[in-house]
Structure formats: C-alpha cells, structure tokens
Design a protein around this ligand. Structure first.
Ligand code: PEP
Length: 255
C-alpha cells in the first residue's frame, strides 16, 4: 500500500452466493467489525438480486455495495443482462468487470471487458477491472506480457480523466478460489508491471495514483504480508468475504 499516493480498497466479491436475507445479515454482522476503519474503502460486490437488501443493511455504515458485472449496451435485446443505467438507478457506484470467471465461463474477451468498462465509467461508476494470467502463462514465463497486454486492451480508449474511475484488480487465475496465493513478492512484481504499463499509457504521475488490488485466495492470514507491498493497494476477496470475521481481519490489515 502507499496511502500517501492512492486509496487502499478492500472489496468482497460474493460471486453466486447469498440470498437477500443472507446478504443483509452478513452486512449487519460485518458493519460493527469494520466501523471507523477509514484508512481504506470497504465494498461488497453482490449478486444483482441482493443489492437492495445489502444497501439497506449498509445504510449509515462505511460499507459500500457494488455489483459483479455490467453490460455494455444501454438497453435492448440482451436477455439476462443488466445495464450501467439500471445499476446507476439502483444507486450502485462500484462494479466488477472482467472477472476471470466471466472470461472463463461466459466468453468475455478483452474487447467486451473494455466495452463494459467504458459503459460503467460513462454512467458514473467506479470499475474494479480484473485481469491476470492463467497457470500455463505463469509457467511459461509470460506473466508480464500477458498483464501488460490485458491492461492495454482493457483500457483502450479510456482517458486519464476516466481512469480516475478505475481500480485494477490483479488476479492470477491460478490463485482464485484454489487456496493457492501468489507470494507477496509475486503479487508486488506483477502489480508493478501493471503500474509500469499504466505509466507508459498515461504517464508516471497518473500511474502512481491508480489503486491496484491483489486478488486470489487473500485471507485473514496472508493479507498483512500482501498489503505491506508498496504496489498492492488492497484486495479483491472472494471466499473470505463471505465470513464477517475474516473479511474484517483483512480490513484491519489495511489500516
Ligand atoms: C475473486 O473472486 O475475485 C477471488 C479472488 O476469489 P478467492 O478470494 O476466493 O480466491
């Protein structure tokens, strides 16, 4: 983390878990544990159907509620999708885009990730833009090239001004939901590659202001070591965000 230069952000990704009642209960359980922990932004990204209940439970707390995806079109024949305008109308300020599970199981590409990112930015939201290498790419020694390429493609046509509405989540795909975590050194090294790519695109000064989270089996045990690295500005947390105590411990590690 480098709080002098950029905001630390701890975000949960609930994935396809939680009924509205369960979502509200988790927010209510977490809220007192993270109250006053204002050195980072705290976000739960929830399934669409849980957003209203989670928002209601989060009222008056420092927890913000986001969504897990957004479509790029304003409206139309896209059965099952949700637009940025719809999310905005529901008071959603944060949205995950390009999660590896969307890329892997739902055919999302850097092109659609870029379009979704642009749509969310245009609607005034902050995007948590996920990217990262798969295991074969890390083993082949091409992680740096892969994340640099994703950064360039996913941010194509996005201005420095618009970049203020982007948080990048570096998520090595082999570490997501597997219990395998990147070492703090691996996380730092790759987040630094992403920042260097941002510097090439937008200049060093702008790149230094961008929050780059690490995601991939971050938990209450490993968070402090990961967050101690200067280019790791927070976490995107899946499994551990479903447990109030574990998530709150990660928020503690970011103080
Ligand atoms: C995620 O869903 O973005 C994630 C990092 O999951 P997990 O923490 O469970 O690996």
């Amino acid at each position: 983390m480098n709080p002098a230069k950029r905001r630390t952000v701890i975000a949960g990704n609930w994935k396809m878990n939680m009924t509205p009642a369960e979502a509200a209960a988790l927010v209510r359980e977490t809220a007192p544990l993270v109250a006053g922990k204002d050195n980072c932004d705290i976000i739960f990204c929830a399934p669409y159907v849980d957003i209203a209940a989670a928002q209601e439970a989060a009222k008056g707390t420092n927890i913000k509620i986001g969504a897990e995806n957004v479509h790029f079109a304003e409206a139309g024949a896209y059965t099952g999708e949700i637009s940025a305008k719809m999310l905005g109308a529901c008071g959603v300020d944060y949205v995950i885009v390009g999660h590896s599970e969307r890329r892997q199981y739902f055919g999302e590409t850097d092109e659609t990730v870029n379009l979704r990112t642009k749509a969310a930015i245009a609607a005034g939201m902050t995007v948590i833009l996920c990217l990262g290498e798969v295991k074969e790419q890390r083993l082949a020694g091409i992680t740096d090239e892969v994340v640099a390429m994703q950064t360039k493609l996913d941010l194509a046509g996005i201005s420095a001004e618009e970049l203020k509405q982007v948080i990048i989540a570096y998520e090595p795909v082999w570490a997501i939901g597997t219990g395998l975590t990147a070492t703090p050194e691996q996380a730092e090294e790759t987040c630094a590659v992403i920042r260097a790519t941002l510097a090439k695109l937008y200049g060093e000064e702008v790149a230094e202001t961008v929050t780059i989270q690490y995601g991939g089996s971050m938990n209450d045990k490993n968070a402090a070591e990961l967050l101690a690295k200067p280019n790791v500005d927070g976490g995107l947390i899946g499994g551990a965000s479903l447990k109030a105590a574990a998530f709150a411990a990660i928020v503690d590690a970011a103080q």
